[in-house]
Design a binder for this molecule. Sequence first.
Ligand code: 4AZ
Length: 386
Amino acid sequence: MTSSARTSALLAASCVGALAFAAGVPAASASASPNAAPTADDRPSVRVIGGTDANLSTTPWFLQFAPKNGGGGASLCGATKIKKRWAVTAAHCVSTPSGIAKVGAGKSFVLANPSTRNEGTRYYLDYIVVNPKYNPNSAANLNDIALLRMSKKLPGGTLKPNADKSQTVAGTPSAVYGFGERIADKPSSVATVLQEGQVQDLIGPNDPACGSYGKNYHPSTQLCAGLPAGGIDACQGDSGGPLVATVGGKLRLTGIVSSGYGCALADYPGIYTRVSTYAKWMSKYTTGKFNITSNCKGSSCKVKRGNQRKIKLKNLTPNKGSYKVWANKKKLVSIHNAKGVVWGNEAAKAKVKVTTKKKKCVKVKVKASGTPKKVFKISTNSNNRC
Ligand code: 4AZ
């Protein structure tokens, strides 16, 4: 095979996990056996990762991710916690030619920094955002990034995505984490304990070449990491997991395990999604923003008994958000639509009706996703001022 034919075959092979997942077959099934060292028979050419057991106290942001239509509790992918309720993974972990992984109770879930594979509390997803440029039907696997939102806050710390496009430079020590195969093409070799592989970013952000991949490597959106001689690498089942490095003195998420030709082979390093390319896109979705307005001019207005003050909540982001409206003197008002969910770029209305004749000043507080708390004052009687 020519080297370019071989590379295409190889990149196509890297999508086997995604295709198997689409068909409902676990790409890497759970192993009952502990992390036994590979035997001499297993070892020679493609010993996966070449990692060591991770120190879990240093990886609070690591998530084991089980997309629903991908084989129940088996670990198909890794993910990284970037905000209390948000994680990032590879698009190919959730988006397949047959559709997007299922969200909601009892469906796709993550395990927060599990001490052992498949163990720990399940945190279910309520929202998935696949990068719009990702094409599940393309073997090239470009723009392989997706955001996952959990229905409740995850425990543990977060890891910030690297937003500095000039980083990391060639030779930067980096670490990759996952529960994937420790021996290539051997599903039973998946790790029982989280593995850490010490690799390097092999090229700088402006260097077009990555090992022998030629034009199949895209430097502006991908990152090439491994060791020049191979031997340590991510492999099947590690997809979606983090590549981390120190940037400007701080630990950052620099890559997401995406694809590669085999595992740990010389000249075929791991290919990662370059996180800095997507940093803006990620923060647009994970930060959220509402515009909160009211039908009354100024911060305080008079509302007579039986009348209402309307509060309009416009979700300025493309992702789903939620809001809550409450009053400090609950008995004097009734609130219609006091809480709710607002889909991307849509609006909701809450109404605060005055139910008392008393002269009071009521503070109505509004909190919406990603937006500072806002306070409106209502004078419940025309004679009263706030
Ligand atoms: C995979 O199929 C896969 N050696 C992940 C990473 C690498 C290769 C394959 C990198 O999920």
